[in-house]
Design a protein around this ligand. Structure first.
Ligand SMILES: Cc1ncc(COP(=O)(O)O)c(C=O)c1O
Length: 474
């Protein structure tokens, strides 16, 4: 297929075409195929003989043809969507400069960029002398927060483990992300150490119940060590009352973590900044720019209020094969990471933030909230829809009310699957109060009101067609 340059040009030609086609009129969100169809269409096996670039290009095209086009403006399924050009450039640079974030020696510019991003994000949160690091996702940010709280309370765990210790306990709301269960499992605490604190009808933690659960745990001679306030719950995008949760945790000498993996970026909008009041007193904060800041996965940070906390968690840094005693040793970010090799994930965020600036990012997040309000109003205006919960911040939870006497949950599921498999739109669902509910979320600020109107046209046409074909229950 010619020279390496030809291959590079060919490759970037495909990339350019793909980006340009993302929102073409005829473009589907996904050209859905079943696993067995895909297995027939794409040769997934690796053979003993290598293949040429002609084949590689075929695989690249197939990959793009049958993957979900999350950059398409009808992708409302997850907290990532859209296409961010400066961030995309950063992602490509990360790949071509291929290095690891452990030492300044191998990542001089990237190290300073990561430090700058951590400083900036810490200051926004109000951790003026804090610390932080990029990690591989919000779940892992939550894990590191729990790890930090545990090791701060019982530093001896690092060497002798937990066998001599009393049972520890932690507190998250009944709306909190499932990653806390995994973290409790991984850290040897067990999921039974988790107290599920009740939330109110809007999905916001009831601080009175937190107080009660802490006392209940103390009465059992457990050691409460970790409380979580969620800033933007996964399903409802609700906020726990951050200041009150922190105050309660600290009155009991417990570490308070704020899970802003999803909603943390809402701190950038003047419309939602007040929801974070008091956050500067938290002990740690998880924040995923790869969600509604529109940075390609992964880009995620854990911030701590205490400087040096993360390095104190790390067990053994005697490995002089990597950390040499040089004048830039203070810049070796690996010394506070549980990973050894670590991707350059700060670069794409840095380029994007440079491009949009603080003001631009504030406007982008505010725009998402406006789109969300527009969507919510469309639901409210149409009697064929029902809001399953009032909108808290970004997510709109709703369901369709069929005219015929048919099972509502099954019918809604049917609409969702039909929309997904025809590639018209992708919108997620969950269960609220034991009922099926759509969870619509927008994380691409370039979506317009017209795109939302198209969503409703697609939705209602599909619902009508399905309903016409349905038998009533009786
Ligand atoms: C509130 C919350 N916390 C944590 C996470 C996990 O983030 P990640 O997918 O980056 O691991 C999510 C994911 O949606 C979330 O909504």
């Amino acid at each position: 297929m010619g020279t390496t340059n030809d291959v590079i040009n060919g490759f970037f030609g495909i990339v350019e075409q793909y980006i340009n086609s993302l929102n073409a009129l005829e473009r589907k969100v996904v050209d859905y195929k079943t696993p067995s169809e895909l297995k027939k269409m794409i040769n997934f096996t690796i053979s003993s003989q290598g293949e040429d670039y002609q084949n590689i290009f075929q695989y690249i095209n197939s990959y793009l043809d049958y993957s979900v086009a999350t950059g398409n403006k009808q992708f409302f399924n997850q907290f990532y969507s859209g296409f961010n050009l400066p961030a995309f450039m950063g992602e490509v640079l990360t790949a071509i400069s291929n290095t690891s974030m452990y030492t300044y020696e191998v990542a001089p510019v990237a190290t300073l960029i990561e430090m700058e991003m951590i400083k900036k994000m810490s200051e926004i949160v109000g951790f003026n002398n804090g610390d932080g690091i990029f990690v591989t996702g919000g779940s892992n940010a939550n894990l590191i927060a729990m790890f930090s709280a545990r090791n701060k309370l019982f530093p001896e765990i690092m060497s002798i483990g937990m066998k001599h210790l009393p049972q520890m306990s932690l507190f998250v709301s009944d709306q909190a992300h499932y990653s806390f269960e995994n973290a409790a499992n991984l850290l040897g605490l067990g999921t039974s150490s988790i107290y599920s604190v009740k939330s109110d009808i809007n999905g916001s933690m009831l601080v009175s119940d937190l107080e009660e659960k802490i006392l209940e745990s103390r009465q059992k001679n457990e050691v409460p060590f970790f409380v979580v306030a969620t800033a933007g719950t996964t399903m409802l995008s609700s906020f726990d009352p951050i200041e009150a949760v922190i105050e309660t945790a600290h009155r009991h000498n417990i570490w308070c973590h704020v899970d802003g993996a999803f909603g943390g970026s809402l701190i950038l909008s003047h419309k939602t900044r007040h929801l974070f009041n008091g956050v500067e007193k938290a002990d740690s904060f998880a924040w995923d720019p790869h969600k509604i800041m529109n940075i390609p996965l992964m880009s995620s940070v854990i911030l701590t209020r205490e400087k040096g906390r993360l390095a104190k968690n790390i067990t053994n840094l005697q490995d002089d094969y990597i950390y040499h005693d040089t004048e830039t040793g203070n810049y070796d970010l690996g010394k506070k990471s549980i990973q050894c090799g670590r991707r350059v994930d700060a670069l794409k965020l840095w380029l994007s933030w440079k491009y949009y600036g603080d003001q631009g990012y504030g406007q982008r997040i505010t725009r998402l909230l406006e789109l969300s309000e527009y969507f919510e109003n469309k639901i409210k205006e149409n009697s064929r829809f029902q809001l399953t919960k009032p909108r808290q911040t970004l997510n709109v939870c709703f369901r369709y009310m069929p005219l015929k006497d048919i099972n509502i949950d099954d019918f809604n599921k049917n609409i969702r699957e039909t929309l997904r498999k025809t590639g018209k739109t992708l919108v997620n669902f969950g269960i609220i109060d034991n009922r099926f509910t759509f969870r619509w979320v927008v994380s691409n600020p370039e979506v317009t009101e017209k795109d939302i109107d198209i969503f409703f046209d697609n939705f209602l046409t599909t619902a009508d067609q399905l309903e016409d074909n349905m038998q009533t229950i009786n």
